[in-house]
Design a protein around this ligand. Sequence first.
Ligand SMILES: [Zn+2]
Length: 176
Amino acid sequence: MAANYCHQCGGGLHLGKVAGDGILRLSCERCDFILYENPKNICCGLVVDGEKLMLCKRAIEPRIGRWTLPGGYMECGETSKQAVAREVKEETGADVSVRKLVSIVNASSHNQVFFYYSCELQSDFLDSTPECLEVRLFNRDELEGLDYAFSPIKKVVHYFLSQQDSSNFDIFELDV
Ligand SMILES: [Zn+2]
């Protein structure tokens, strides 16, 4: 990530090991500022309406035109469940009740952690939004052959559908 100047004093940043953890980090040459970079949390919804699951066709790159689950970056000051509800609303227009954590996907090479929650649809939704070319509810038998934007999404969807009817399932953990 480009960050050439100190957030505190405007001094130059240099890359080196800082005291304590031995990890290479950018730190200021003039003051005590250390730039700690941490993974982003991405919160997504497995939105069900009866037997059907909601998917969104991406309107933005990467993987434009392929199917994904609604979701996005968590904001400061909100919980992961609040982030799911907000992102689903933004991307589909739908109000949902966020239920249970289903899956955690660590995309370490991209510095991202994905959280997938089951949700129940509580309202109508839009056919399309600025972020989605199409928003649709799918029957189970339609989900197998879909062109998913990212392979972990397909795995999470499959796991969820296989466990959806059991009241007490393990969280599906995936490192990609
Ligand atoms: Zn500084």
